[in-house]
Design a protein around this ligand. Sequence first.
Ligand code: UT7
Length: 332
Amino acid sequence: MYHVSIMGTGSYVPERVLTNYHLGEMVDTSDRWIIERTGIRERRIASGEETNVTMGGIALERAIENAGIRREEIESLVVGTNTTEPVWPSASGHIANLLDLRKDLPFLDIQAGCTGFNYALSVGEMFIKGGQYGTVAVIGTDKLSAITDYEDRNTCVLFGDGAGALILKKATEEGIIRSHLGGNARSRDLLILSKKDGVGNGYIKMEGRKVYTFAKRAMVESCFHVLDPSGTAGKKELRALFEQVTKIIPHQANARIIMGAAEELESRLELPDGEAKNKMIVTIEQYGNNSCASIPLALDLSLRSGKLKRGDLVIFVGFGAGLTYAANLVRL
Ligand code: UT7
C-alpha cells in the first residue's frame, strides 16, 4: 500500500459578509443569542453568479498553486458537496471543465451532508493507497445560502458559503494515516431538505437539539475510531494516542458542539481541563457553518497563518445530514 501526502491546500470565501445584526433585521433574533448559542458573528454569502462550482474551482486553483504542480498532473477529482443546481451533471465535472483539467479525467461527487469532505477525502486516500492514481484533487464546497430559509430563525443564523481544496499525492512517508466513516440512516429525518408550502426549491429543515446531541457523541466516537481502529486500546493507551494529536479540525457547526465534544473527550480520557479544548481549531465566528467547506477552509487558513505546520498530527472530524459522521487522522 502507498502513503498519501497532502501536497497543497487552497480555499475561497465570497466577499459579502452577513452579520448577526443583519439577521436581526430579517428574523426575530439577536447578536447576543447567536453568539451565545453558536459562537457565530458573521458568515459569507455567495453572489447570484457564484455557485459551489465557481467557489470550488477557485479553491482548487489555489491548492494547485500551493502544491506547485501543473493542473495536467491531477488524475482524478473527488468533490464533497450538497448544493449542485441542477443536481446533475455533477459539480466535479463542471469544475474539471472550468479549470480545463485532463480531458479523460475521472470525477465524482460525494453527497454526505456536511460530512461530505471527510468522506471525499477518504475516497481520495483509497484511490492512492490502492495504487489507482498518483495525484488526486479533493474539494469541499457548498452554497448553503441557496437552500437556507431566511424566514426560519432556527436555521438561517447558522449557515454560510465557501470552499476548500486539497491536492493529494502518492508519497513515501505517512500522510493520511486512516479514516473512519460512520452513518446513522435511521436518523435521516432530523436534517432534511423540505419544500416550503409544498412549492419551489427545498430548504434546510432541522431538529437542532437532536442533531446537537448526536453530533457531540458521533465526533468523539469517530476520533476514537481513527486513533484506535481495532477498538482494543485501554483508557491509558487511548489517552497516550490522543496526547500525540497536535490539533483537531472539527466541522464548524456550532462552537458549543465543538467544546461539548472536547469536554466529552476530556471526561472519557480523564484528561486535565482544557487539554482537548485547546486542540480544537475554531473558525466559526467569521464563517458560520459552510458545510463541506468548513474543514478544508479551516485547514487552509491554519496552514497559511502558521497555526498548523508540516509534521503536525491532526484529526479532521465531521458530522451532518444523513445522518453521517467521519474522521481522518493526518500527519501534515
Ligand atoms: O452541519 C450540521 C447542521 N446542524 C447543526 O449542527 C445544528 C445543531 N444544533 C444546534 O447547533 C443548536 O441546536 C441550535 C443552534 C440550532 C439551537 O440552539 P439550542 O441551544 O439547541 O436552542 P433550542 O433549539 O433548544 O431553542 C432554545 C430557544 C427556543 O425558544 P423557547 O422554545 O425556549 O422559547 C427557540 O425558539 O431559542 C429559540 N431560538 C432562537 N432565539 C433567538 C431558536 N433559534 C433562535 C434564534 N434567535 N435564532
